[in-house]
Design a binder for this molecule. Structure first.
Ligand SMILES: Cc1cc2nc3c(=O)[nH]c(=O)nc-3n(C[C@H](O)[C@H](O)[C@H](O)COP(=O)(O)OP(=O)(O)OC[C@H]3O[C@@H](n4cnc5c(N)ncnc54)[C@H](O)[C@@H]3O)c2cc1C
Length: 365
């Protein structure tokens, strides 16, 4: 006698499974390629293909992939807003304990960082002080030029190899599951854009969350994000068609409405963001979470001078980490007020208005 498969899953379990995820998210073009479904699949039959998840074997119908996805409903078993208990809730940028403009005091970090190197500094300090065993970030592929590749970082060198923004999607949540399964890490720092932070919070707080991967994460750093792009179309098609040698790219920037590509000190392209809009992931149009509202600390460059990072500290753990970095002298900072975040609030508000899916943080009270 075979197993009776009901439409809602296996053995009558009321869970949605890969087929639902495929129909509702992947095929509907809502997938942001965060890597959660790929990483948590217990039988490892979900892999990546063309910057999306793809099934390669038999689904056992456990529904784990569907539950961790940032684009499926979030039914918390416990209240995620407890993380932000002592914080003020701003109606556009979410929970706030403090706002700063900050930068690293380490020239080595500043040399490779996107802005003020705050993310790298927080991670290096957290590892070197023993707060975490490793950090999850986005490095660069050794096979394809300037293609992001999620990595598990164990030391300063690893973290510096991740510094700098890649504007194409990096499935960082997949690396989180590798850190737990293959490296047995039990205290982890996680970096990601808003959708990835939501996936992480689902692992920690959802009623069918992948606690095995969520609980070891001690803090999450969220990157401001308007949208991410497809690597193959932006780099291999668009940039190559502009005569750019993508093997020589050392940095990309999105600033002042422009997409800038650099090779060493030379700017090889500076074009309006509108020109590359068509290479953006469709999923980002559904997302209203510009400032990664569920992170412990959120960072971006808007509203700070060049070479500095804007920092929104949201939770107690975020505050402790940021304060310790100041006290140890590895970060320098200037105090900001929420009113100073004019551009951040404007862009976050626009993103929310345009989005067809509310910012997850906005539903927590
Ligand atoms: C896709 C994307 C869009 C962004 N859009 C904006 C924006 O519109 N406005 C704004 O103000 N700021 C934006 N940022 C954030 C900004 O580019 C910087 O990351 C931020 O200011 C921190 O700078 P830093 O020097 O402190 O970071 P660094 O010390 O340079 O560290 C950067 C960290 O980002 C991680 N990272 C890099 N690329 C990715 C990726 N694709 N996915 C996940 N993690 C990644 C790395 O692991 C690294 O740890 C965006 C970042 C990304 C990745």
């Amino acid at each position: 006698m075979g197993i009776r498969i009901k439409p809602d899953g296996v053995l009558g379990l009321k869970v949605k499974i890969w087929g639902h995820l495929f129909m509702e998210v992947v095929r509907a073009d809502k997938c942001s390629f965060c890597g959660a479904c790929i990483g948590v699949c217990p039988v490892k039959v979900i892999d990546e293909k063309d910057e999306k998840p793809n099934i390669t074997g038999r689904c056992i119908g456990c529904g784990f992939c569907y539950a961790q996805c940032p684009h499926t409903p979030f039914n918390p078993k416990s209240d995620v807003s407890k993380l932000f208990e002592s914080s003020f809730k701003h109606d556009v940028i979410g929970y706030v304990k403090g706002v700063y403009s900050a930068r690293s005091t380490d020239p080595e970090v500043l040399k490779c960082a996107q802005d003020g190197g705050v993310v790298s500094t927080l991670l290096i300090y957290a590892i070197e002080s023993g707060f975490i065993d490793c950090a999850i970030g986005s490095g660069l592929s050794s096979k394809e030029p300037f293609k992001p590749e999620p990595i598990v970082a164990f030391n300063k060198n690893d973290i510096l190899s991740c510094a700098g923004s890649k504007y194409t999607a990096s499935p960082n949540l997949r690396a989180l599951t590798v850190a737990v399964d293959e490296f047995e890490a039990n205290s982890i720092g996680f970096v990601g854009v808003g959708c990835q932070i939501t996936g992480l919070r689902k692992m920690q707080y959802h009623d069918y969350g992948a606690l095995k991967y969520g609980l070891p994460v001690k803090f999450a750093i969220g990157l401001f994000c308007s949208k991410t792009f497809y690597y193959s179309s932006l780099f291999k098609n668009y940039l190559v068609s502009k005569g750019i040698d993508i093997n020589k790219i050392t940095k990309t920037e999105i600033t002042g409405g422009k997409f800038i590509v650099k090779s060493g000190d030379e700017t090889v392209l500076s074009t309006s963001l509108k020109e590359i809009e068509g290479y953006g992931r469709k999923s980002c149009e559904y997302c209203g979470d510009f400032t990664a509202e569920l992170a412990d600390i959120s960072v971006g460059n808007l509203d700070s001078p060049n070479g500095w990072t804007t920092v929104i500290v949201r939770s107690n753990v975020g505050e402790k980490l940021f304060r310790e970095c100041i006290e140890k002298g590895v970060l320098e900072y200037k105090e900001m007020k929420i009113e100073d975040l004019k551009l951040t609030i404007k862009i976050a508000n626009n993103k929310r208005k345009k989005a067809t899916q509310p910012a997850v943080g906005s539903s927590t009270s």
